[in-house]
Design a protein around this ligand. Sequence first.
Ligand code: ARG
Length: 542
Amino acid sequence: MSGWNAAVAALANPGGAPGGRLRMVASADVDSLDPARTYYVWSWLLQRTMHRTLMAFGTDPVSPTVVPDLAIGPGEVSDSGLTWTYRIREGVRFENGEEVRAQDVAYAVERVFAQETLAGGPTYLLDLLDHGDYRGPYRGQRCRAVDCPDDHTLRFRLRRPFADFDFLMAQPNTAPVPARFDTRGDYEKAPVCSGPYRIRSYEAGRSLHLVRNPLWNRGDDPLRTALPDEMAVTFGVDVDDLDRRLIAGEFHIDVEGRGIQHAARDAILADPVLRACADNPATGFLQYITVQTAVPPFDDLHARRAVFYAADKAALLEARGGSGVGGSLATSLIPPTLPSHTGSDRYPCGADLRGDLPAARAELAAAGVPDGFETVIATQPGKFELVARALSEAVARVGIKARVEVLDTASYYRSGLGHPDTVRALGLGLGVTDWGADYPTEYGFLAPLVDGRQIKRGGGNFNFSELDDPLVRRLVDEAQALADPSARRGLWQRIEDTVMERAVILPMAHDRTLHYRHPDVTNVYVHPAFGLYDIQAMGLAR
Ligand code: ARG
């Protein structure tokens, strides 16, 4: 089965013979190869070829699930939801021959607490586990919230019940790390693998070469297909050049999966042969502009709202790839894939979507800057940059001079827009970004962006605007404590309304991405949780 969208909610070209080299390309490096330090979902999907995790994102092409990986079953809950216990499979080995033990997963989880050394990845566990004031293993301490009664049992103590805990255990930072081989900040150069592939060579910013891990055993891995003998990733190819070489057949997929640029988009859509190799899934990502309250004049609500009204949403959508192929207009935050989605519009920007300039000018006057001001928009190369330029042009209409600052893609969240110090140092009043749920609930989607407790001072921050609103915090806690789904929905809608009132996240598009897959790839599907190809499943036609 091939054809347009054949890999969306289905398996395209099922099967495939073992062997061959899967060739992948990306415009920039991974954010990290350290399982504790990655937040790019494409890095997550790449890492699952190298590392087992305690639980894992499932392989159903239709709906996102969580399944056991190193664990032999989902977590067993006891003690009124405060204790989660996992049994670990016996006989799984690291590439160095050592058996993976519960202690190696416990150690991996402990590393997450060493944020001053290992920033970059998800940090839900910092707030959730009952750890006292644990700051990671490098201070010579063990975490009291994680213990291993024996080599194959792992037990977590939580501060409060958290029904989604299995989803957190599927994140890369539960990939086992043998403590003896932990080189801390350098671990990302050569992590020890437990999955079907191990690292033959990694040249930061240039290439990654994976070969089979001979100690991986297909029989004890319920998840991974692992057909190719080798995987190769070329990093750092300019986006348009990348599309050309992809379509010419030099690479099998763009592993970064941020979607085809405009030039190649038109070529693909116009050619039935190319079109048959393309997929255009809704990814569940929100494309948005973030407004930083730490950067004046955006400490003033009215200055922020001026940008909201002055934005030209039609131009922003076009910059993302065009309405339809590039996604659909977003006026609210929670994506249509979640039950609390409303689509309400707090800042209407005209029937033609070109902006409401009188409203923008009124907000500027209310902010005491009637003639506008200067600011900086952070962005990355590619479509993000087109978005930044479109925004800059639109706000110039009311006197806001926004200079576009193109930052490095791989470090964008760890040390660029995602580092509060950088935001201040470069005066990044505005930023182009996107976000998809870490796992498919309202909490997984919205909390990291808007809960003040999730501001990460050391980098890897996604609450860019540094919104720390007591009302939002209280509503998040109330929503998490509610068992009744419809009451919970109502609360999440209130949280969304409150955040929109504060004007810190300017929604632009509910994302769609145009992907291209080489005609030789088999067994390929777009992962429903992330909107990208699930690399571990892919094979090659012989
Ligand atoms: N924008 C980044 C990306 O493209 C980070 C998204 C956060 N990851 C997530 N699972 N929500 O992957």
